[in-house]
Design a binder for this molecule. Structure first.
Ligand code: NAD
Length: 263
């Protein structure tokens, strides 16, 4: 997308999976991207170097543990320092924990709520003033089909994802009259990333099934089209939302789920 060239973006959780794919997709469109996430420092530096070499953009690494709200706000301030301004924020970092609610560990509940819900509040709060002053901004929240419907044993994740959808709608109303400022949520079904690989392995053990059976009968059971959403599809929608032609999407929670939430 030509109109994204020269923009600047922070993609949280961009050291793996969907976040890495979106960082790469935006870099390919000429966007300077902040890389953030957990993992081996050398490997993260190599991602940054590869994006800079391959796409001729800036791709600084900025560390922040986003379970800490102040660190999430500082990430935006550090990104403004590193790139001059922040035009696009993709709130993507997330983790999962699966357990019946009565056994759900308190610390896992707190962690998922702070990372999946509160971090998006903190980055948005920090980024909006700069976006408003320049008359352009895009916030894209990577929610989930679980932001629209529930599954058992995912209490914290489903609560946090529904929460970020509600947050998205609220902020959309607050910024609606700004000239070119939007916030939206993308609600994908399953995407085959390290987060889901872990669930496939766990479920295979729990149900004494092989991986193919787990994918068909457990993971994709609710997904009518019986295939994973791809990172390329998520990149394409993110580009659309961030571009000029995406400016009328505001406060939307867009399902990308092969029909799951149409049931
Ligand atoms: P992933 O495990 O591959 O990547 C998660 C990213 O978040 C990593 O970069 C990780 O380092 C980062 N992260 C984790 N804890 C962090 C912390 N405390 N501070 C900063 N960064 C942290 O997972 P993914 O599948 O790519 O998921 C990305 C997002 O997409 C999540 O919000 C997830 O809920 C959502 N999502 C995933 C799927 C799916 O099927 N994979 C479906 C719908 C929504």
């Amino acid at each position: 997308m030509a109109d994204l060239k020269g923009r600047t973006a922070v993609i949280t959780g961009s050291t793996s999976g969907i976040g890495l794919g979106i960082a790469e997709g935006l870099a390919e469109s000429g966007v300077d991207v902040v890389i953030n996430g957990l993992g081996d420092a050398g490997e993260i530096q190599a991602i940054s170097q590869r994006l800079e070499d391959q796409y001729g953009v800036r791709a600084p690494v900025i560390d922040a543990d986003l379970t800490d709200g102040q660190a999430a706000q500082q990430l935006i301030r550090d990104a403004e320092q590193a790139l001059g301004q922040v035009d696009i924020v993709v709130n993507n970092a997330g983790v999962q924990h699966v357990s019946p609610v009565e056994d759900f560990p308190d610390d896992k509940w707190e962690k998922i709520i702070s990372l999946v819900l509160s971090a998006g509040f903190h980055t948005t709060k920090a980024a909006l003033p700069g976006m408003k002053s320049r008359g352009y901004g895009r916030i894209v929240n990577i929610a989930s089909a679980h932001g629209l419907v529930a599954s058992p044993y995912k209490a914290a994740y489903v609560a946090a994802k529904h929460g970020i959808v509600g947050f998205t709608k609220t902020v959309a109303l607050e910024i609606a009259e700004e000239p070119d400022l939007t916030i939206n949520a993308i609600c994908p079904a399953y995407v085959r990333t390290p987060l889901v690989e872990g669930q496939i392995a766990d479920q295979a053990k729990a149900h004494n099934m092989n991986e193919e059976q787990v994918i068909r009968d457990v993971i994709l059971a609710a997904q009518p089209n019986k295939r994973f959403v791809t990172i390329e599809e998520l990149v394409a929608l993110t580009r659309l939302l961030c571009g000029h032609e995406g400016r009328s999407f505001n406060g939307a929670a867009i399902p990308m789920d092969g029909g799951w939430t149409a049931r």
